[in-house]
Ligand binder design. Structure first.
Ligand code: HEM
Length: 124
């Protein structure tokens, strides 16, 4: 069986990553204002989503149906600057994980196109 990024990262590291990531997001002056849901709820949804995004079991879809990620982000105005801020929080959250640099790079690379795809508003 092929090893997935989820296997390489591991459940515990994913939990830590999501935890640190939203702690940073909720303090980020560019994007914090967009997040209105309870922090623990959004952490849980993202943990379920990233489990399947990185090749693990389809936990998010089992609970919430097809992710339709871009559609789910449409109620929020997301600019390119917001995507960059989101990615910079992710980069910081990845930094301190006890995993290889190569795996960090691999994971980060997966986030970039998805974050850019969520942009739904021109700047200004
Ligand atoms: C580009 C920058 C992004 C911004 C500004 C953003 C913002 C948001 C906001 C405001 C919410 C709703 C939070 C709430 O209910 O309070 C949300 C939900 C979510 N986002 Fe993002 N997001 C971005 C990129 C991403 C990316 C790249 C992913 C995945 C790799 C992602 C995955 C999710 C998931 C799984 C949810 C929960 C959806 C649900 O079940 O309702 N987001 N995001």
């Amino acid at each position: 069986m092929q090893t997935t990024l989820y296997d390489e990262l591991g459940e515990e590291n994913l939990r830590t990553l999501v935890d640190r990531f939203y702690d940073l997001v909720f303090e980020n002056e560019q994007i914090a204002h967009l997040f209105k849901t309870d922090k623990n709820e959004i952490k849980e949804r993202q943990r379920l989503f990233l489990t399947q995004f990185f090749g693990g079991p389809a936990l998010y879809s089992e609970k919430f149906g097809h992710p339709r990620l871009r559609a789910r982000h449409m109620p929020h105005i997301i600019t390119q600057d917001d995507a960059v801020a989101w990615l910079s929080c992710m980069s910081v959250a990845l930094k301190d994980l006890p995993i290889d640099e190569a795996l960090k790079d691999e994971l980060f690379k997966r986030f970039v196109p998805t974050a850019m795809f969520m942009v739904n508003q021109d700047e200004n």
